[in-house]
Design a protein around this ligand. Sequence first.
Ligand code: NAP
Length: 260
Amino acid sequence: MNRSGIAVAPDVSSRKRKILILGGTAEARALSIALRQMGGFDVTVSLRGLTNVPQAYAGSMKFGGFGGVEGLSAYLRDGQFEACINATHPFAAQMTENARLAATATGIPLLRLARPGWKRLPDDIWNEVESIESAVEAVGRDDIVFLALGAQGSRPFARLAYARFVIRTSDPVPMEARWSNARYLTGLPNHESVLESDVFQENHVSLLVARNSGGDRGYAKIAAARSLGLPVVMIAPPKESGGRSVTCVPDAVAWLKNPI
Ligand code: NAP
């Protein structure tokens, strides 16, 4: 009501625009920071777990899954979000499909922000495959295989009793979960390709299996394989079912001018 007792509409011009970013990547972080610098946005960043460094994000943080499509739909609706940007890892297929279905159910605009994959260079020896199952089939009997897939991603290779593996994980793999034909390294990927070359040579690696995740962080191993002439089984990201998508933060910011 104004002083004359006439009802007036609330002033929406100063209200911040509520945006949900599904995070877990460098792009999600960069987007949250860009939106804070621009001002006018009320950003929530959602992470699957606590492993990412939350301080690096700008905005309110939410940790843990939503509880499937229904949970995400309710979260978007109840939180009165204006738009959602799915900036999860290029291989986060389940989250991406859930976001697509929740956006359809709620009518809330959705954008996929996923960095482009790496491109093969002339000296790369890549066997490009579409799935982890095809990657398993590509391993030869005498191979010493470096699996750059984490503990969970390495599991399908457990049935290959005839090959030998080198598995690097950020957290130590418990003794009872270790394979007798694998050597385990604990630590993050090196940023320098010479250090990755040293790891491959010290472990007599003859084949690298990697996901084509794009970005800078995991590229040193790919460059190292190229310099050593080491073959790579390169797994392509899962196919996504349409919708608006961009590959860089400026394009995601531009989409927010008119999110449809
Ligand atoms: P996913 O399989 O697509 O997600 C599985 C479930 O985790 C989702 O259904 C959701 O649970 C929850 N979730 C995922 N991302 C979330 C987020 N940002 N906020 C809230 N909940 C989230 O994805 P993923 O398991 O994270 O990764 C898939 C593959 O990519 C794996 O092979 C993984 O090793 C690889 N990868 C992922 C990341 C990453 O940061 N995500 C990084 C490196 C590699 P609800 O259904 O309960 O909502």
